[in-house]
Design a protein around this ligand. Sequence first.
Ligand code: AKG
Ligand code: FE2
Length: 525
Amino acid sequence: DPERVAARGDTFSALTSVARALAPERQLLGLLRRYLREEKARLRDLTRFYEKVLSLHEDSTTPVGNPLLAFTLIKRLQSDWRNVVHSLEASENIRALKDGYEKVEQDLPAFEDLEGAARALMRLQDVYMLNVKGLARGVFQRVTGSAITDLYSPKRLFSLTGDDCFQVGKVAYDMGDYYHAIPWLEEAVSLFRGSYGEWKTEDEASLEDALDHLAFACFQAGNVSCALSLSREFLLYSPDNKRIARNVLKYERLLAESPNQVVAEAVIQRPNIPHLQTRDTYEGLCQTLGSQPTLYQIPSLYCSYEINSNPYLLLQPIQKEVLHLEPYIALYHDFVSDSEAQKIRELAEPWLQRSVVASGEKQLQVEYRISKSAWLKDTVDPMLVTLNHRIAALTGLDVRPPYAEYLQVVNYGIGGHYEPHFDHATSPNSPLYRMKSGNRVATFMIYLSSVEAGGATAFIYANLSVPVVKNAALFWWNLHRSGEGDSDTLHAGCPVLVGNKWVANKWIHEYGQEFRRPCSSSPED
Ligand SMILES: O=C(O)CCC(=O)C(=O)O
Ligand SMILES: [Fe+2]
């Protein structure tokens, strides 16, 4: 059963898996509802007993003279109270709750999911320059200087608690990433301060925990005075904590030794990811989504109906928008219908597995590609054969196996993305050559969904970002006519800010296309 193949700790990497996690939570809600009902009944009965005995005591004439009352007093003290105090009902109720929890426990997200989801929030914060304070209040705003841009306006505001923010900060803190830990822990401290004394059962952390972590993060970031004032605040709440008291002394000594630390607030850098030198361009392209020039206004680019002297296309032309010439990138509008897109998602869904990337000869799960994907053989459904014919008609290329790969269907996760990469092999050992049909000469990528915000396809060197257009397909050549990889095709799937993004890739290989895309010895072609 493919539904059960999904490994634990792999919920965050595809939005369909996240949606599936709603089911165990509904079960838990049912369990808690039942527990509350039983406990309310139990407390009602206890209250009844309490009020009955109390009313006897509040009677001005203590009626021990009445033998009936005298008897019941003796009975209560000999038996009733024992039965009340030793009642097993409370533990039976909690046992039923715990047993029910244990039954669903193996279906619940693991700690890796919490980490993955927290890193997703930090990624969105970075790439879209979102403000943590805003995120915690439920708004998706970019704040640059005095300008505030709403990147997405939710219909209903959903805000985070102090404990929510603490958990995000803690994930960064545990990775030694104080750049991200600090704003999230600051938000946690501020929210915990606002609700001090209101203990919540579900919370893992308290104001003290947040102060403790934030103080250390500030210290690590070189801000001793901030570490000192937070530690002093901590001692107001827990004056007996020896470790924090020692830290206060240490910070005071450090500040006395080099008082300029008081003013010199260290600015810590966002951790740099070495494989991403193109990061600034990439993030810029992800952010400018929607502000691209109207491309067909550029004379060399145009919109047309693709006929390709193909009878199929004559009957049902598809609108083509050429987005870029070198490298050649074109968008085919309404390449699939809504029902075809839905069908492809449904066919793939049970087979989705964490996406991997080629690294030398190996396939690895990596932070820079967060999605799940599935390969759909053409034999899975006749509709896939129809789709191949349509791709062949539009591109003029041979997409029969082994000249093209099976359809790869991708579903992105929370903040899911695919950082700048090439689709073609850049190393002779690449697993891509196992098909023995050469390199990936072209990519045909279909958008199977829309998204609410984010998720554009960004071409780094072509300086182009294509917003997700549901049912459209994006085509580009990965190789020059010489067979050389075109390094200008470096591209990425921007993090999905809001929504459930699905795409499907058809990778077309070099062999089989010799007469369809004649080669050339000029490296520019
Ligand atoms: O999702 C996107 O927009 C790009 C996906 C991509 O580049 C890929 O899957 O290779
Ligand atoms: Fe790609």
